[in-house]
Design a protein around this ligand. Structure first.
Ligand code: ATP
Ligand code: MG
Length: 429
C-alpha cells in the first residue's frame, strides 16, 4: 500500500456507496430538463485556453488563479474546462446552433479549478447546467429559476433560499463601476490585499469578498440600483413579478455580483445554511454579451450551473433516498453444476427479464458462503440451483428481504414469478 499511487489532492472518486444518490440526481435532473424542452449537449473537457480567457474574463478568480492550463505536445495552450458555459457557446457558434432559433440546452460533467480543497470545494467537481439562447425577455429567466426550483422539489431537498439581483447592462455597470471605485478608493486603507488587487481591475468583485472584516464597508457601498436604466429596471421587475405569480419566494440581494465576468441583468443564486461556508448550490443569470464576445453574432442568453457535489451533500445530510441500484437477484448454484450451465441459465433469465439486475455468484463456495454474499449484495431474491433443481430443470426462489415463502418452480416458469415478485407492485418514481 505504501508505494501505491494515490489520487490527486482535491480530485476524488465517487465510490459505489455514494452512487445511489448521484444516480437519483442524474436521473431526476435529466427528467426535469426534458420536461422543459431542453436538449442535452456534450462538449469537450479540454478547450483552448483563450476560450476561457475571453469567455470567463481575464479579471476573474478562475482565469487569474484557478485554471488547469498546460501545453500539449503540439505546443498549444489548452485548459481543462473550469465551467461549462464557454464551451457550450463556442460549440453553438461553431455549429451554427444559434441561427434564427431559440436553443434550450443542458449539460453535465466534471469541471476543474485549482482552489483550496475543503468540504464542498474540490479541484475536480461536477456541474449540471442549462442555457437558453435567443430569448431576450424575463420569461426565460423565470422559466429557468422555476426549473431549478422544480428540480429541488422533485428531489425533496429543503431549506434552499433564492437570492436575486440585477447587474444591468455593461453601460450601466460602467457608471456603477466608477462610483464603486471612488467609494472603495476612499476606504483604501481598510481593504485587504485581494480587494486592493480587485480595485483597479474589477471593483464589483470586492462585493463578492468573503472576508468578514470587509462586511461593513461592503454593506455601505453604493448599489447598482441608482444606475439602472428603464429597460433594465423593467426586465428585473418582470422577473420578480413572474416569480411572485409562481409563488417562488426570493430575497433581493444588491451585493450579489457573481464571480464570472459575463453576466448582464438577472443574476441569482440558490443558497443554504446547511453546508457551512460553501453555501451556493446553484447560480446563474443572463449573459447577453457572451456570444458576441466569443465571435458569434449577438445572441441573448441565460443559464445556470449547479454544483453536483454540494447538492449530493445536501441530499445526504437530509437523508433523502437515492435510486436503488443494487442487484434484484443473486444466483446461487452448486459447484457441481458447472460454469457453462450456470451462465447459460443467467443469460436466459436476462433475455426473459430485461429489467432484471442479476448478479451471479463467482468462485463457487458452500451455499452458506454464497448466501452470505447474496445478503451482502443487497439483492431481494436468491435464485438457487442446487443438485436437486438441476436434475429437474427447476429453480428455487428465496426471498432475502421480503416476508414470503420460498418457491421452487420449473425454470420455464421462473421469469413470470420473478417478474411478479419484483416488479408487479413496483412503486412509482
Ligand atoms: P463559490 O462562490 O462557492 O466559489 P462560484 O461562484 O465560483 O462558487 P460558479 O462558478 O457559479 O460557482 O459555479 C456554480 C456552482 O458550482 C456553485 O454554486 C457551486 O455549487 C459549484 N462549485 C463551484 N466551484 C466548486 C468547487 N470548487 N467544488 C465544488 N463545487 C463547486
Ligand atoms: Mg468560486
Amino acid at each position: 500500500m505504501s508505494d501505491a499511487v494515490r489520487s490527486v489532492r482535491g480530485i476524488n472518486d465517487v465510490l459505489p456507496a455514494e452512487n445511489p444518490v448521484w444516480a437519483r440526481l442524474e436521473r431526476v435532473a435529466a427528467e426535469v430538463f426534458a420536461t422543459y424542452g431542453y436538449d442535452r449537449i456534450r462538449t469537450p473537457i479540454i478547450e483552448h485556453t483563450r476560450l476561457f480567457e475571453r469567455g470567463v474574463g481575464e479579471a476573474t478568480d478562475i482565469v487569474e488563479k484557478e485554471m488547469y492550463t498546460f501545453t500539449d505536445r503540439s505546443g498549444d495552450s489548452l485548459t481543462l474546462r473550469p465551467e461549462g458555459t464557454a464551451g457550450v457557446v463556442r460549440s453553438g457558434i461553431e455549429n451554427g446552433l444559434f441561427h434564427n432559433t431559440t436553443q434550450r440546452l443542458w449539460y453535465s460533467g466534471p469541471m476543474f479549478r485549482h482552489e483550496r480543497p475543503q468540504k464542498g470545494r474540490y479541484r475536480q467537481f461536477h456541474q449540471f447546467g442549462v442555457e437558453a439562447f435567443g430569448p431576450t425577455g424575463p420569461d426565460v429567466d423565470i422559466e429557468q429559476i422555476a426549473m431549478s426550483s422544480r428540480l429541488f422539489t422533485r428531489l425533496g431537498v429543503s431549506g434552499l433560499m433564492l437570492t436575486l439581483n440585477t447587474l444591468g447592462t455593461p453601460e450601466e455597470r460602467r457608471h456603477y463601476r466608477a462610483a464603486l471605485m471612488a467609494y472603495f478608493s476612499e476606504h483604501r486603507e481598510s481593504l485587504d490585499e485581494d480587494s486592493l488587487n480587485r480595485l483597479e481591475r474589477n471593483p464589483m468583485r470586492i462585493l463578492d469578498s468573503k472576508n468578514p472584516e470587509l462586511a461593513e464597508i461592503i454593506a455601505n457601498a453604493p448599489t447598482l440600483e441608482d444606475h439602472l436604466g428603464d429597460e433594465s429596471r423593467a426586465h428585473f421587475d418582470g422577473v420578480c413579478q413572474g416569480l411572485d405569480q409562481l409563488g417562488i419566494g426570493y430575497r433581493i440581494n444588491p451585493r450579489l455580483v457573481r464571480g464570472l465576468d459575463y453576466y448582464t441583468r438577472t443574476v441569482f443564486e440558490w443558497i443554504t445554511t446547511d453546508l457551512g461556508a460553501q453555501d451556493a448550490v446553484c447560480s446563474g443569470g443572463r449573459f447577453d454579451g457572451l456570444v458576441a464576445r466569443l465571435g458569434g453574432s449577438s445572441t441573448p442568453a441565460t443559464g445556470f450551473a449547479l454544483g453536483t457535489e454540494r447538492l449530493v451533500q445536501l441530499m445526504t445530510a437530509q437523508e433523502l433516498a437515492g435510486d436503488d441500484v443494487s442487484p434484484h437477484a443473486y444466483l446461487v448454484a452448486a459447484d457441481s453444476i458447472g460454469t457453462p450451465r450456470i451462465s447459460a441459465i443467467a443469460e436466459w433469465l436476462r433475455d426473459q427479464l430485461p429489467k432484471l439486475r442479476l448478479r451471479v455468484n463467482t468462485g463457487g463456495g458452500s451455499f452458506k458462503s454464497q448466501f452470505k454474499r447474496a445478503d451482502r449484495s443487497g439483492a431481494r431474491l436468491a435464485l438457487v440451483i442446487g443438485e436437486v433443481e438441476a436434475s429437474m430443470d427447476s429453480i428455487s426462489i428465496k426471498p432475502l428481504t421480503d416476508q414470503r415463502e420460498q418457491a421452487s418452480v420449473a425454470l420455464t416458469d421462473a421469469p413470470a414469478l420473478i417478474d411478479d415478485w419484483l416488479f408487479a407492485s413496483a412503486p412509482a418514481e
